[in-house]
Write a protein that binds this ligand. Structure first.
Ligand code: SF4
Ligand code: SF4
Length: 94
């Protein structure tokens, strides 16, 4: 079991979630982040940090988001780790 990042994460550039993870389980894809299920210890710390509620405990992933369980497992193996909160790009309009 692990926590899973789902579709509301698409396009997030703030990455509030990654800094609270004690085991550095987040991976950075081009469009969203993924959680490496073999690394996640299910501490739950990241879940309330996400402003768009994109992170779920695996058993709690909504039905229409279930494909993201396999997607996190697959994509987290192919994407680089992200450890630090990414600041918004300079000049980015608010
Ligand atoms: S805070 Fe939420 S939306 Fe932003 S990168 Fe993390 S999981 Fe994705
Ligand atoms: S549940 Fe805990 S260990 Fe898993 S990704 Fe979130 S913060 Fe990291």
């Amino acid at each position: 079991m692990a926590h899973v990042v789902t579709s509301p994460c698409f396009g997030c550039k703030y990455t509030d979630c990654v800094v609270v993870c004690p085991v550095e389980a987040f991976r950075e894809g081009e469009q969203m982040l993924y959680i490496e299920p073999d690394v996640c210890i299910d501490c739950g710390a990241c879940e309330p940090e996400c402003p768009v509620s994109a992170i779920y405990y695996e058993d709690d992933v909504p039905e229409d988001q279930r494909p993201f369980i396999a997607l996190n497992a697959e994509m987290s193996k192919a994407c680089p780790p992200i450890y630090q909160k990414r600041e918004p790009l300079a000049g980015r309009p608010d």
